[in-house]
Ligand binder design. Structure first.
Ligand code: FES
Ligand code: MG
Length: 568
C-alpha cells in the first residue's frame, strides 16, 4: 500500500481502511503504486472559458506537472473557482472571499504536501494567497503573466488604461464608431492579465517581492516560452518544498516581507486595490498593515517604474528591463534584503543576480525617479476618519489641492441615470461624490470610483475632476480620484452626510479630505439619517457577505476568516 495519500485520514474512524479506499479509488485513474508513493503537490486549476486572463493556465499546469515529476514528486491538479474581472457580476470583489474559502478548504480537504496556486486576474492571486496563508501548507505562487501589447495606427495599446482613454475619446466625439470597433479588437491581443500596472500586475509584483513566487515570475509575458520554463521550475521548487515540509507561508510572510511589499507597491505606482488585498493577506497571518506607516513609506519611496497608467510603458517592457529583481536592486536599502523566499535564497541573493540591461529606461535609478514620492497617499479628515486613498501618481497636478462644490450621487444607479443628463447642474471645478458603493453598500465595493466625467463636460474638453467615493477603482485608471473612504456611507460613515452644494476640500500634500460643514450641522444631519442603508439579503452567499464583510482598512475580508476570527 502507498503512503502519499495519507494526510488527513480520519474518516470512518479506521485510518487503515480509509487509506485502502483512497488507494482503490485513485487507482481508477490508472496510477501505479510507484506514482502514488511520493510527496504530493496539489495544483489549482482556475482555467475557465469565462476567464481569458487565465487562457494559458492549461499550458502552465502541464509545465508545473513536468517540473514536479522531474523532481520526483506527484502532481495532482484540482479545480477551484475562477474569477475574471469583466465577467463577474455584480463585481469580482464580491467573489474574492468566496474563492479564498474554496481554495483554502480544498487545500485542507485533499491530501497534498505542497500546493502550487496559479492565478492572475485581479482577485485571484489575492484570494489564493489568503487561502494559502490560512491553510499554511508550503505554497508556490505562479502568476499567469501579462498580455503582450497591442498596436493601433502606430500607437502601442494596453488593457485597460487605453480602453478607458479611447472610450473617453469616443464619448467626447473625438473618434468614430468604426475606429472604436477596430481598437476593440486590438486592446487585448493575447491571453494573460492586463499589461499595464493594474491590480493584476501589482499583485504579481508584490507577491514576487514577498518571496512567494520565483524571480521574474511577475513580469514574463503570458504567451512566452519563458513563462512555461518558469512554471516548470516552480514545479521543481514545490516538489522540494513538499519533501522538506517547508518553508510555509507563515515562515515567508514576516513583517519584513509585508514592508517590502508596501515599498514595491509605492515604487511601481501600483493599484490602489493592492493595498486592500495586502491588508487582507496580512490579516490572515496576522499582521496589521498600518495606513500611516504605508503613507510614510510613500513619502520616502520614489516611483521608479515607468508604466501606464502613471507612466509610459507596459509589463513586457518592465520584464525586458530586468523585472522586480532589478527594481529591488535599484531600491537598495529601502528593501529588507534578508527576507527569505520560497527558493531558500534571501532577496539579497536574488537581487544580486538581477540583469543589467544597458540603455533601458523603464526601471529608473533613485537619482532619476519618475516621481520623488511613491504612487499612493493615505488621506484623512472629517470625511474619512479611518482613511481614504489616492493614487496621486496617476492624478492631475493642478487638482492636488482643490476645494469645490459637491455634486452627490446617492447610488451607482442614481449616477448612471443622471451623469449624462444635459440638465445636470455640474461644472468642471465641482467635486463629484458617489456613495453607497462600499463593501457593504453596493455590495462588494465595485470599481465605480472612476466616475465618468459628465457627458456635457467631457464634450467641452474636461479630462479630469476631483471624484470621491467609498468605492474602489480599477488599477488601470487615471484621474484625481479619492477612494476607499472608510467607514463607508452604508455603515454610517460621514460620506453619508454630504449634500449637493456643500464644499469639499482635498489637500493631498497635507493628506486631508474634509467636508466644510460645521459640526453642529453634521450632528443634525446624522440624527436624520436612516438607521441602516444596506438591506440584509434574504439568503445565501449575499447574506453571508453582508453579515461578515469588513471595511477597507481590514482588507474587506470576512470577519470569521481573519486570523483573529469573528469578534463577538
Ligand atoms: Fe483580468 Fe485585467 S481583466 S487582469
Ligand atoms: Mg482591474
Amino acid at each position: 500500500m502507498t503512503d502519499g495519500l495519507r494526510k488527513g485520514l480520519t474518516a470512518y474512524g479506521d485510518s487503515g481502511f480509509s487509506l485502502f479506499l483512497r488507494n482503490a479509488f485513485i487507482k481508477a485513474m490508472g496510477y501505479s503504486d510507484d506514482a502514488l508513493d511520493r510527496p504530493i503537490v496539489g495544483i489549482t486549476n482556475t482555467h475557465s472559458d469565462y476567464n481569458p486572463c487565465h487562457g494559458n493556465a492549461p499550458q502552465i499546469i502541464d509545465a508545473v506537472k513536468r517540473g514536479v515529476m522531474l523532481a520526483g514528486a506527484m502532481p495532482m491538479v484540482f479545480p477551484t473557482i475562477s474569477i475574471a474581472e469583466s465577467f463577474a457580476h455584480p463585481t469580482s470583489m464580491y467573489l474574492r472571499n468566496l474563492m479564498a474559502m474554496d481554495t483554502e478548504e480544498m487545500i485542507r480537504a485533499q491530501p497534498m504536501d505542497a500546493v502550487v496556486v496559479i492565478g492572475g486576474c485581479d482577485k485571484t492571486l489575492p484570494a489564493q494567497v489568503m487561502a494559502a496563508v490560512s491553510a499554511d501548507l508550503p505554497t508556490v505562487v505562479i502568476p499567469v503573466g501579462p498580455m503582450v501589447v497591442g498596436h493601433h495606427k502606430g500607437e502601442v495599446l494596453g488593457a485597460c488604461t487605453d480602453c478607458r482613454r479611447l472610450w473617453a475619446k469616443y464619448r467626447a466625439g473625438e473618434i468614430d464608431e468604426a475606429e472604436i470597433e477596430a481598437v476593440n479588437g486590438r486592446l487585448a491581443p493575447s491571453v494573460g492579465t492586463c499589461m499595464v500596472m493594474g491590480t493584476a500586475s501589482t499583485m504579481a509584483c508584490m507577491i514576487e517581492a514577498m518571496g512567494l513566487s520565483l524571480p521574474m515570475s511577475a513580469t514574463i509575458p503570458a504567451p512566452h516560452a519563458e513563462r512555461f520554463r518558469s512554471a516548470e521550475a516552480s514545479g521543481r521548487v514545490a516538489a522540494a518544498m513538499a519533501k522538506a515540509k517547508g518553508p510555509r507561508p507563515s515562515e515567508i510572510l514576516t513583517p519584513a516581507a509585508f514592508r517590502n511589499a508596501q515599498v514595491v507597491l509605492q515604487a511601481i505606482g501600483g493599484s490602489t486595490n493592492g493595498l486592500i488585498h495586502l491588508t487582507a493577506i496580512a490579516g490572515r497571518v496576522p499582521h496589521r498593515i498600518d495606513l500611516d506607516e504605508f503613507d510614510a513609506i510613500g513619502r520616502k519611496v520614489p516611483v521608479l517604474v515607468d508604466l501606464k497608467p502613471s507612466g509610459a510603458h507596459y509589463m513586457e517592457h518592465f520584464h525586458h528591463a530586468g523585472g522586480v529583481p532589478k527594481l529591488m536592486a535599484q531600491l537598495g536599502e529601502l528593501i529588507e534584503l534578508d527576507a527569505r523566499t520560497i527558493t531558500g535564497a534571501t532577496l539579497r541573493e536574488l537581487v544580486a543576480q538581477a540583469e543589467e540591461v544597458p540603455g533601458q529606461d523603464v526601471i529608473r535609478s533613485r537619482a532619476d525617479p519618475i516621481r520623488s514620492e511613491g504612487g499612493l497617499a493615505v488621506l484623512r479628515g472629517n470625511l474619512a476618519p479611518r482613511g481614504a486613498l489616492i493614487k496621486h501618481a496617476a492624478a492631475s497636478p493642478n487638482l492636488m489641492q482643490h476645494t469645490g462644490r459637491a455634486v452627490v450621487f446617492e447610488t451607482l444607479e442614481d449616477m448612471a441615470r443622471r451623469i449624462d443628463d444635459p440638465d445636470l447642474d455640474v461644472a468642471a471645478d465641482d467635486v463629484l461624490v458617489l456613495r453607497n458603493a462600499g463593501p457593504k453598500g453596493a455590495p462588494g465595493m465595485p470599481e465605480a470610483g472612476y466616475l465618468p466625467i459628465p457627458l456635457k463636460l467631457a464634450r467641452a474638453g474636461v479630462k479630469d475632476m476631483v471624484r470621491i467615493s467609498d468605492a474602489r477603482m480599477s488599477g488601470t485608471a487615471f484621474g484625481t480620484i479619492v477612494l476607499h473612504i472608510t467607514p463607508e456611507s452604508a455603515e454610517g460613515g460621514p460620506l453619508a452626510l454630504v449634500q449637493t452644494g456643500d464644499r469639499i476640500a482635498l489637500d493631498v500634500a497635507a493628506r486631508r479630505i474634509d467636508l466644510k460643514v460645521d459640526d453642529a450641522e453634521l450632528t443634525r444631519r446624522r440624527a436624520a439619517l436612516p438607521a441602516t442603508a444596506a438591506a440584509r439579503p434574504e439568503r445565501g452567499y449575499a447574506q453571508l457577505f453582508h453579515d461578515a464583510v469588513l471595511q477597507a482598512d481590514d482588507g474587506c475580508d470576512f470577519d470569521f476568516l481573519t486570523a483573529a476570527g469573528r469578534r463577538a
